[in-house]
Design a protein around this ligand. Structure first.
Ligand code: ZN
Length: 664
């Protein structure tokens, strides 16, 4: 990839389809609709001045001011996340109430732009002092550019150009103390560095190289390229969200300027990141990255940002490993921290979790156990409003990336029920995918167009499959599928052609190391296809007033504790060399009014298990906490029971790392 690929633009294997080209169907449609109409529409309609109105009711300061309980009074602003989710659901749902609300809000936002081009959530004296302030400016430009790509509108593009020119002016005058004041957190660091991503996008849309020059200057000064190139572990103790974002920003610098050092650095950093990934696909970190494991927290935002970064690397390199990583995260980690109605999220969650509360696991376990309360409870307005407002964006990011363009064809990156519209050689093509993926291993893909077209259609064969069969109009194709690679089907495609993909998905285990001196039992984590399977634990949702709240009206919060009849202390009967012989993949009946990821999974893995009678929860009677792996020797019940492991995203309380014993 040394040469710029003119056909698809810039230095990337695949180019995204334009905004609004992919329409989800079936479960994907329901999932996005429920989520868009959940938190995002509620916050749009409640007109909260601290969220809806933040871009015109601006923060007077960017200093961090906390109250005596460490609640944030001022510091940051996350309403740009709200805007970015808002616009994406508006584009996904044309003609909806959400779109009407967005159009009204957009007008108010455009009107709020200052004469010098500033658009953001901070009053004049509060600017250029903190990266969260610059972040709020740059992400709002991103949101507007998304709308411009989907619907056009010169006023929107002009607003973005003016706003970016204002940022560039500040950058050029960076040494002027009048602009920087007592700057403690330079705006160009943290997620303020996202400015480079926005400037690159503006370069793509306007062809004005000044934007690329600017992003290269900023990135050269504040990017982490050299830290990554030095090797070792540049991420340790870094922030789970920011580090994840930086890997993506670095790759995206390569995408636009072609400097291969950026791509190499990004790949190295990804390798560092892999050691911090939770089995559910997102980085561990509560919020700083140091430990990994069954009881270690993951912050919801980094499931969204991990998807974004992995997906960017997939697009740029064309490599399946990044696509697999992105899909694992969005189908497991991401829904596990959300309520099915799209209203509440858990700021943090962990793979083994017997309670989701303010005491479950300390929020910042790495530095000081009492540094703010644990945030594993669910809320529609966590303090700060970071995960609530960032979270909704995950689904639109996923849907936009399902199919991508290539030089002489298209690539199917993620499977699911959807319709994609694109052009090949200026001829319109509709790709219609019929499947219940990831609950089904098969996808049926139908091509609709006016006449025959010669092009390459690529299919991702995930690394976790053991192989795949491809049928073309019912007949086996001659191409050989290789797990972990894209399969290229070059044909003269005819209207109505149907490609059937049948993935072979064995049960796979991740087995933990034996503990030191064999004090605790080793555990295994069960996967099949894109899904991680876990033992659901009977949940008792207790609505209450959470210990800390962000802005919003009618805030709902809940802690989740085990029901008194909950059974969780199982060892599974598992032949770790042949897990397929010990787990049966079964379909379950789902009630008609079920919501996506509400606990009513359409599939399960049935396994045999025995209770571990000497494995108890930790904490005290009123404050139950999740225990570590059982201490050896395990006292096993005589009775063999059959239990169902269900997809992780359907659970809130669960045991994912389970001890195992050989089958009888
Ligand atoms: Zn967050």
């Amino acid at each position: 990839m040394n040469m710029q690929n003119d056909n698809i633009g810039f230095y990337r294997a695949y180019a995204p389809l334009s905004a609004g080209s992919i329409s989800p169907k079936g479960w994907l449609h329901k999932w996005q609709e429920t989520n868009g109409n959940g938190w995002t529409l509620t916050y749009a309609k409640n007109r909260d001045p601290g969220v809806y109105g933040k871009f015109w009711n601006r923060n007077k300061t960017s200093e961090a001011i906390m109250d005596e309980n460490d609640q944030t009074l001022t510091l940051c602003d996350y309403t740009a996340y709200f805007a970015d989710g808002f616009v994406r659901y508006a584009v996904l749902n044309p003609g909806s109430e959400l779109e009407t609300e967005w159009v009204e809000w957009l007008d108010k936002l455009l009107d709020s732009q200052d004469d010098d081009g500033y658009i953001g959530a901070f009053a004049e004296g509060a600017r250029w002092k903190h990266w969260l302030e610059l972040f709020s400016q740059t992400l709002i430009i991103d949101a507007l550019l998304y709308w411009y790509e989907a619907r056009g509108g010169q006023r929107v593009l002009d607003c973005c150009k003016k706003a970016m020119d204002c940022i560039i002016h500040a950058w050029k005058n960076a040494n002027d103390p009048a602009n920087y004041g007592k700057m403690s957190l330079t705006p160009w660091t943290g997620i303020g560095l996202a400015t480079t991503r926005t400037a690159n996008k503006l370069y793509e849309l306007t062809d004005n190289k000044a934007y690329l020059d600017f992003s290269q200057e900023v990135f050269g000064r504040f990017g982490r390229t050299e830290d990554y190139m030095r090797g070792g572990d540049a991420l340790r103790l870094g922030h789970n969200v920011i580090e994840t974002d930086y890997i993506g920003y670095t790759a995206m610098m390569y995408e636009y300027c072609g400097n291969e050092r950026y791509l190499e650095a990004s790949r190295k950093a990804w390798k560092m990141m892999e050691t911090y990934l939770c089995v559910d696909g997102q980085p561990h970190g509560g919020e700083c990255m140091i430990h990994t494991g069954a009881r270690i927290n993951c912050e919801h935002c980094s499931s969204v940002e991990l998807f974004y970064t992995a997906n960017a690397m997939a697009r740029i390199t064309g490599e399946v490993k990044y696509m697999d990583a992105a899909e694992l995260c969005i189908l497991n980690a991401y829904p596990s921290a959300k309520t099915a109605d799209g209203m509440m999220v858990a700021y943090c969650h962990s793979p083994n979790q017997l309670v989701a509360s303010e005491w479950g696991v300390p929020h910042n376990i790495d530095i000081d156990a009492d540094f703010r309360a644990s945030r594993t409870f669910f809320s529609s307005a966590h303090e700060p409003l970071c995960c609530n407002s960032c979270g909704p964006r995950g689904i639109p990011f996923y849907l936009d990336a399902m199919v991508a363009k290539e030089d002489d064809g298209i690539a199917i990156i993620y499977y699911g029920p959807y319709t994609a519209n694109f052009n090949i050689s200026d001829k319109p093509v509709t790709l219609d995918m019929d499947t219940c993926y990831p609950y089904e291993d098969e996808a049926r893909i139908k091509l609709q167009m006016q006449s025959e077209i010669d092009f390459t259609l690529k299919l991702r064969i995930p690394h976790w499959s053991s192989g795949a069969e491809i049928l073309l109009n019912g007949k086996p194709a001659k191409e050989i599928t290789v797990p972990g690679e894209m399969l290229a089907l070059k044909r003269m495609w005819k209207p109505g052609d149907i490609i059937t993909l049948k993935l072979h998905n064995p049960v796979r285990l991740h087995v933990t190391r034996k503990s030191e001196f064999a004090i605790r039992a080793a555990c295994c984590v069960v996967n099949r296809g894109a899904l991680l399977y876990t033992l659901p634990v009977n949940e008792d949702w207790q609505f209450y007033t959470a210990p800390a709240n962000g802005p919003g009206t009618n805030i709902i919060s809940a802690k989740v504790v085990m029901k008194s009849d909950a059974k969780w202390n199982y060892a599974i009967l598992m032949d770790i060399e042949n897990p397929d012989t010990c787990a049966e993949f079964v379909a379950l009946t789902v009630p008609e009014d079920a919501k996506e990821f509400d606990g009513n999974s359409p599939v399960a893995l049935r396994v045999k298990a025995k209770r571990v009678e000497n494995w108890y929860s930790e904490g005290d009677i009123e404050h139950v906490m999740t225990p570590g792996a059982p201490i050896l020797p395990m006292r096993l019940s005589e009775t063999v029971e059959e239990i169902a492991l269900i997809p992780y995203g359907h659970t809130c309380l669960r045991m994912t790392y389970l001890p195992f014993v050989p089958p009888v």
